[in-house]
Design a protein around this ligand. Structure first.
Ligand code: SF4
Length: 75
C-alpha cells in the first residue's frame, strides 16, 4: 500500500514571522510491489502558513495572501 508523509525540505528564517520556519512537502511513496517508482510530490506548505493567513497584512504565497512573494526562494 502506498504511503504519504510530510517531510521538511528546507528551514529558513522568515522576516515576516520573525523566526525559523519550515518548507514542508507531502510525498507519496509507492507500494512495495512497485519498488522502482520514485516518490511523488503532492503538495507543499509552510509550517506557519495557517497562522500567517490570519494576519491582516499580506504575507506570502504560502499563507495564500501574496502570490508575488515566496520567502523560501530568497537567500
Ligand atoms: S507563511 Fe510565509 S510569511 Fe508566514 S512564516 Fe511562512 S514563509 Fe513566513
Amino acid at each position: 500500500m502506498a504511503e504519504k508523509h510530510w517531510e521538511t525540505i528546507k528551514v529558513q528564517y522568515c522576516d515576516r514571522a520573525g523566526c525559523e520556519v519550515s518548507l514542508e512537502a507531502e510525498f507519496v511513496y509507492p507500494a512495495e510491489f512497485m519498488p522502482d517508482q520514485p516518490a511523488r510530490l503532492l503538495s507543499k506548505r509552510c509550517s506557519r502558513g495557517l497562522e500567517c493567513n490570519m494576519w491582516n497584512s499580506m504575507t506570502c504565497v504560502w499563507a495564500g495572501t501574496n502570490p508575488m512573494r515566496d520567502p523560501f526562494t530568497q537567500k
